[in-house]
Design a protein around this ligand. Structure first.
Ligand SMILES: Cc1cc2nc3c(=O)[nH]c(=O)nc-3n(C[C@H](O)[C@H](O)[C@H](O)COP(=O)(O)OP(=O)(O)OC[C@H]3O[C@@H](n4cnc5c(N)ncnc54)[C@H](O)[C@@H]3O)c2cc1C
Length: 502
């Protein structure tokens, strides 16, 4: 075994989360010494890869599950507003980096794509109308348009309207300033930018195999996946940004805060179309409602994707069950994660979520014809020969202890941090990459509280002139920041009225 090396920070995994945190830390403290350790031979090889996620810049503009309707008919917009302002925080970071000049172009990773919601049937239409009424009063959604007019919808979604029954009841909303984000390109751009600075390294084909307490920090065991050689690195802080595989590493750390967590892996598939004749008729991300009883991540959507300068369409996702925690993981991942501390919550979730399990099994068993039938609810004239099935990334949903139910399944993300701030892990998958920057700012405040409010405070304020909570309530500031970000990220052209906050 090689003699221990020492760095300030080890980040496990080269996905969007670690890449963002590493670049943020380096901005805040240029002298910090850090190492990103990745088991694959490139960055963004798992969920952050552009074909493993939908690339939606989640801003609450079109996702109907972010605005639940109560029994009295009222629509709750809190979650949509929060995610919208979190995305605006991500955009502030990307704008800041783009303006530095050394980061590269933003056109490689973010593209303007309108976000639409589409509903069918009387219940769907009355929900969408109520949602529009409530949401469009908020400054973040004031540009939203609503229509029940089929001619207008045919302009908004030319691929989706022909071939529908004349008496079909439908409605749609549209927001023009939605985005498609290539999170893979962004991750690799962040990693390239990171390694252009001194004392920042990304080591590929290396697997983190263990974590041991070492004074106030950690000793991280790292194995070369090609040679089998191992080495140890001492770090004052460790981030487990290993995507679905963060859970077993968190368990290996043995920290008190890791107890009771389990994982429920859900796989996914898409239908993909690259035929330019079809693709050119759909320039939008169109989200609809999930089938009754299905989990939130199975909301169907037909999306324009912009990857490496080419446009394609993605439809899905079709969910499925697997025991792997990563797309390139092992079928033993789930069984190996069972511990005395989480078996209770895991069994409770298995017992209380039989409908979900049945739903996932039925999704896996679907034939290509059944998948095309789902697509034809969106695009009635879809031809089988234009579409092919592709495997999406893995999501590992969080299982947590619950005093009443024994265990609950959670569909969001959770930052789990050691009390002394020496280690943190990110569990869960949604809303994911779009809100990475907010999650990493939360991590910095939790694990580096003195620095965040002390020597790093001025730089944080320079990069982030307005955080989520302020943007949620201050309409004038929201408009200023949003307009600035949209110009900086080349999503709109600069106008004379665009103010600069720099
Ligand atoms: C089907 C699907 C659709 C999605 N759609 C969207 C969307 O439209 N918009 C959105 O914002 N988000 C979306 N997401 C979520 C988003 O993709 C994820 O939240 C995000 O990519 C997670 O990034 P990460 O860095 O945590 O993990 P990952 O990108 O999975 O990276 C983890 C890395 O850790 C490495 N690793 C694992 N174990 C080890 C180890 N022991 N040693 C070293 N390296 C290790 C892996 O190889 C991998 O490269 C979607 C996710 C899925 C699965």
């Amino acid at each position: 075994m090689a003699h221990n090396e020492a760095v300030d920070v080890v980040l496990v995994g080269a996905g969007i989360m670690s890449a963002t945190l590493a670049v943020l830390l380096k901005e805040l403290d240029p002298a910090i010494k850090l190492e990103v350790v990745e088991l694959m031979d490139s960055g963004a090889a798992e969920s952050s890869n552009p074909w493993n996620n939908a690339g939606t810049g989640h801003a609450g503009l079109c996702e109907l599950n972010y605005t639940p309707q109560a029994a009295d008919g009222n629509v709750d917009i809190k979650k949509a507003v929060h995610i919208n302002t979190q995305f605006e925080v991500s955009k502030q970071f990307w704008s800041y980096l783009t303006k530095k000049g050394t980061f590269g172009s933003c056109k490689t990773f973010i593209s303007p794509v309108p976000h639409l919601s589409f509903v069918q049937g009387n219940d769907g239409v009355s929900f969408l109308k109520e949602r529009f009424k409530t949401l469009s009063k908020h400054h973040a959604f004031s540009d939203m348009e609503y229509t029940e007019d089929k001619a207008t919808m045919a302009e908004w979604m030319p691929l989706m309207m022909p071939g529908r029954p004349a008496d079909e009841v439908v409605a749609a909303t549209r927001v023009m300033n939605g985005t498609d984000v290539n999170f893979g390109a962004l991750t690799n751009q962040l990693l390239k930018h990171l390694t252009s600075a001194p004392d920042a390294q990304v080591k590929y084909c290396k697997r983190v195999t263990g974590l041991k307490r070492n004074g106030s920090g950690w000793t991280v065991s790292i194995k070369d996946v090609n040679s089998g050689n191992s080495r140890e690195v001492d770090a004052r802080f460790v981030f487990l940004g290993a995507g679905g595989a963060a859970l077993p590493l968190l368990q290996a750390s043995g920290i008190e805060e890791s107890k009771g967590f389990g994982g429920f892996p859900i796989s996914g598939q898409w239908l993909r179309c690259d035929n330019p004749e079809v693709v050119k008729h759909h320039q939008a991300k169109v989200y609809s409602q999930a089938a009754v009883g299905s989990p939130p991540m199975s909301v169907p959507h037909l999306d324009t994707r912009v990857v490496d300068g080419n446009k394609s369409l993605l439809f899905g996702p079709y969910a499925g069950f697997t025991t792997k925690f990563l797309k390139h993981g092992s079928f033993m991942d789930l069984p190996m994660s069972v511990r005395a501390g989480n078996i209770g919550p895991m069994l409770a979730v298995a017992k209380n979520n039989m409908d979900l399990t049945k739903y996932l099994v039925s999704e896996v068993m679907q034939s290509m014809e059944q998948r095309l039938d789902s697509l034809r609810r969106f695009y009635p004239e879809a031809k089988a020969e234009d579409w092919r099935l592709e495997v999406a990334g893995q999501r590992v949903q969080i299982i947590k202890k619950d005093p009443k139910k024994g265990g609950v399944l959670q569909f969001g993300t959770e930052l789990v941090a050691a009390k002394d701030g020496s280690l943190a892990a990110l569990l869960g998958a949604s809303p994911g990459a779009s809100v990475t920057v907010s999650i990493m700012l939360e991590l910095i405040e939790k694990c580096f509280p003195n620095k965040a409010s002390g020597e790093w405070a001025a730089k944080l304020a320079e990069i982030f002139p307005a955080r989520e909570r302020v943007l949620e309530t201050d309409a004038a500031l929201y408009r200023k920041i949003n307009a600035h970000n949209n110009v900086a990220l080349e999503l709109v052209e600069a106008s004379n009225e665009t103010e600069s906050y720099a």
